[in-house]
Design a protein around this ligand. Structure first.
Ligand code: AOF
Ligand code: ZN
Length: 338
């Protein structure tokens, strides 16, 4: 039997919800539901982060010995096949006597993959439930597994004529309240937020996510790129996530962020940093807030991108256009994003 039943589909949706109780970080968010042969839910589980039990073993731990015999395990990620910080889930499921496993996303790990084959060769009925929601749940984690770095969004606000500031450098409030509220939601939706030391010195930003109507919005870790010192009285020093500093080697810094469980980075730090990420081919998504104002002059939203001739232009795909008050949000993605 490998058709998927309605009860299994519903259990997978539940498993995805359970997965979200776990933290984002180094490991994927994973949920599991154990169903009795008659479709009743026997146990639920989820993964709580690197070093803790995997979702399947968490679910099994709620059952008595023998209780999972003949049961079906529904898991959002292919059961692992490796001994990492915990033992292989494929083996835990086999030992528990589970008869069938339905999972959503193949484990991309070189060492951890292969759990479905192992289960199959031990006689377990294994089926994959291919729903877009399964991939979407761990999209950023899968991105990190594939590229070794966080997914990067580069944000800036500009006048209609592509300027980020007036000639004297003043730039506060080009865009209106709706656009700013949107930026705060974006900050909150990312694991970390990057600025250059120049921005810290010029603007003294707090870099917190202040989402209208939400008191406990998740806060991104602030990452300050560059080698100038952060003043002792900088507002940033009060950030609830502390401050992380980073050097000029963007690829290396991104790898190190990924190694600390940062899956997404929001680059909000002014033309120099934005241009550096784009120039290095490390910007996956751009969010540009365009205000209906003209500034003229030399303060362009981006610096030189190394585009010497038109053949070298950086073509993008627009993925979203939205009006925010009197401003416009243009979201675009680069070729590297999949
Ligand atoms: C599962 N179920 O709930 C999770 C899995 O370092 P470890 O031992 O925690 O292993 C982490 C790897 O295991 C992770 O990169 C991913 O491939 C897989 N995660 N697998 O069967 C789970 N969280
Ligand atoms: Zn596992």
């Amino acid at each position: 039997m490998s058709g998927i039943t309605a009860a299994e589909r519903a259990a997978m949706a539940r498993a995805r919800t359970l997965a979200l109780f776990g933290p984002r970080g180094l490991n994927p968010q994973v949920g599991a539901v154990i169903l009795a042969p008659d479709g009743r839910t026997l146990a639920e589980g989820h993964h709580r982060g690197a070093g803790t039990a995997h979702a399947e073993t968490d679910a099994l731990s709620h059952l008595l010995p023998g209780e999972a015999r003949g049961a079906t395990a529904i898991v959002t990620l292919e059961p692992c096949n490796h001994t990492g910080r915990t033992g292989p889930c494929a083996v835990a499921l086999l030992e528990a006597g589970v008869a069938r496993v339905v999972y959503a996303v193949d484990d991309p790990g070189e060492r951890s993959c292969g759990g479905s084959d192992r289960l199959r060769s031990a006689g377990v009925d294994v089926a994959r439930l291919d729903e877009a929601e399964g991939e979407a749940l761990i999209r950023d984690w899968l991105f990190v597994q594939r590229t070794g770095r966080p997914r990067v969004t580069v944000k800036w606000a500009q006048s209609l004529d592509g300027r980020a500031a007036a000639a004297d450098g003043s730039s506060r409030w080009i865009t209106g309240a709706d656009a700013r509220a949107h930026v705060h939601r974006e900050r909150s939706a990312h694991d970390a937020i990057a600025v250059g030391t120049g921005t810290v010195l010029a603007d003294d930003p707090r870099l917190t996510a202040r989402v209208p109507g939400v008191d406990d919005a998740p806060q991104p870790v602030p990452v300050v790129f560059g080698d100038r010192a952060i003043p002792a009285d900088a507002a940033l020093r009060h950030h609830p996530r502390g401050i992380r500093t980073a050097g000029h080697d963007l690829e290396r810094e991104l790898r190190s962020l990924a190694a600390d469980g940062i899956q997404t980075l929001y680059v909000e730090g002014g033309p120099t940093l934005a241009s550096a990420f784009i120039r290095a081919g490390l910007a996956d998504r751009l969010t540009v807030y365009v205000a209906p104002t003209l500034l003229g002059g030399p303060r362009t939203a981006l610096d030189d991108l190394g585009v010497g001739t038109i053949d070298e232009q950086r073509r993008l795909t627009v993925t979203r256009l939205e009006q925010l008050g009197s401003d416009l949000l243009v979201e675009a993605s680069t070729e590297s994003e999949q």
